[in-house]
Design a protein around this ligand. Structure first.
Ligand SMILES: C[S@@+](CC[C@H](N)C(=O)[O-])C[C@H]1O[C@@H](n2cnc3c(N)ncnc32)[C@H](O)[C@@H]1O
Length: 361
């Protein structure tokens, strides 16, 4: 049996995204901007928010800064951008200066304790962020009083009970605090030496190593809205577990009539409680989950190189990769797999048997 000398230091959220994730998925700025233009239009359309409605509005964006650029392009009156990561803020401030933009303010802040100068917000675009916050009550207690009357918060959140989120929650038990981005990248290059899929690589490192990762259920956001006496809108399909082709994210909109009437401080919110249910299996796959747990626990007895290779190989079942698509059980442009959930479960089971026997030798 093997023991590695030092476990890797825990990665810090202040550096994680710019250094290890966005450097891959935002490698081509032109493609990135196009992706964010498409994404924002499609997210707004899901709630029937028209571009015209946003023209005289104040927007809050949190993240890499590309969303702020798109909201500004769409003609919003004022855009506030926040991120915990200085590089994202520096990038956006350079972009603002180079393009003579006057109505974006970008500031470094941990949104759980400060919203910088953002206030009187008409639309808070909280996409891909809430599930990475350790202190969600802190964030809401800053956000809600800074919303304008008749405003909206649009959340896009990881959905518990979907295939990719369930499997990632499990795989993280063997990656967090053990492996580094470099070890995952080396394993990826060994398994897939032909071409680099930047999106896949960025998602792989994000999913397996982001310091804070949670998955929620739509009911929790609805319960919170009702506790806070806010109107809500959510068209996510109702299910607890569905391992077929369900979207791994869901969207909810909260509407704030009057921010002064809300008091978030003295209520226990459902999305604020620390969640440990992320990786709970359905009864039907309890045996498979047990087998996976056992294999993942055993990885700590092997060299990091072997652990990373097994994890990356299993991650090919988490999402699609250009050309090879184990995630959907098909190659390139083959017809959709008609029994996707069954295929995924069988494929994972076969992979676990294979790796268990391989490691034992
Ligand atoms: C998955 S990324 C993407 C967010 C957004 N969808 C985008 O593409 O710009 C999550 C972002 O949230 C930021 N973040 C995480 N925790 C934060 C916190 N407590 N305060 C401010 N920003 C935070 C990270 O630095 C990262 O840029």
């Amino acid at each position: 049996m093997w023991s590695d000398p030092e476990p890797p230091a825990q990665l810090a959220m202040t550096e994680f995204y710019a250094e290890h994730v966005h450097s891959h998925i935002h490698a081509n700025p032109h493609q990135t901007l196009q992706k964010y233009r498409r994404r924002i239009c499609s997210e707004l359309a899901k709630f029937d928010i028209s571009i015209e409605q946003l023209r005289d509005k104040t927007i809050l964006d949190i993240g890499s800064g590309w969303q702020a650029i798109v909201f500004q392009e769409l003609g919003c009156r004022q855009v506030y951008h926040l991120d915990i990561n200085a590089k994202h803020v520096d990038f956006l401030n350079r972009y603002i200066a180079e393009n003579g933009i006057k109505n974006i303010i970008s500031e470094q802040a941990d949104i759980s304790s400060s919203l910088g100068s953002a206030h009187h917000i008409d639309l808070a675009f909280v996409a891909g962020v809430y599930h990475h916050l350790a202190d969600r009550e802190g964030f809401l207690s800053k956000l809600l009083p800074n919303m304008a009357a008749n405003s909206d918060i649009l959340f896009r959140v990881y959905r518990a009970g979907t295939w990719s989120r369930w499997l990632v929650a499990m795989l993280r038990t063997a990656s967090i605090g053990r492996l580094t981005p470099e070890q995952l990248l080396s394993a990826y290059r060994l398994l897939h030496p032909y071409a680099l899929d930047n999106q896949f690589v960025g998602d792989l490192i994000d999913d397996l190593l982001t310091p804070q990762w949670l998955a929620f259920r739509p009911q929790q956001f609805i319960a919170d809205a009702e506790r806070l006496q806010l109107k809500w809108q959510c068209s996510a399909a109702a299910f607890d577990f569905d391992f077929s082709d369900q979207d791994e994210n869901f969207r909810v909109k909260w509407h704030i009539d009057d921010p002064i009437a809300i008091n978030p401080s003295n209520r226990l919110i459902a999305t604020g409680q620390a969640l440990t249910e992320n990786a709970l299996p359905t009864p039907e796959i309890a045996e498979l989950a047990g087998k996976l747990t056992k294999l993942l626990a055993s990885l700590s007895h092997y060299p990091k190189r072997d652990a990373a290779t097994v994890l990356v190989a299993l991650y090919f079942l988490v999402r699609k990769h250009s050309g090879v698509d184990a995630y959907r059980g098909q190659i390139a442009d083959a017809a959709p797999n008609p029994k996707l959930a069954d295929w995924r479960i069988a494929q994972l089971d076969a992979s676990l048997t294979y790796f268990r026997d391989w490691l034992k030798q």
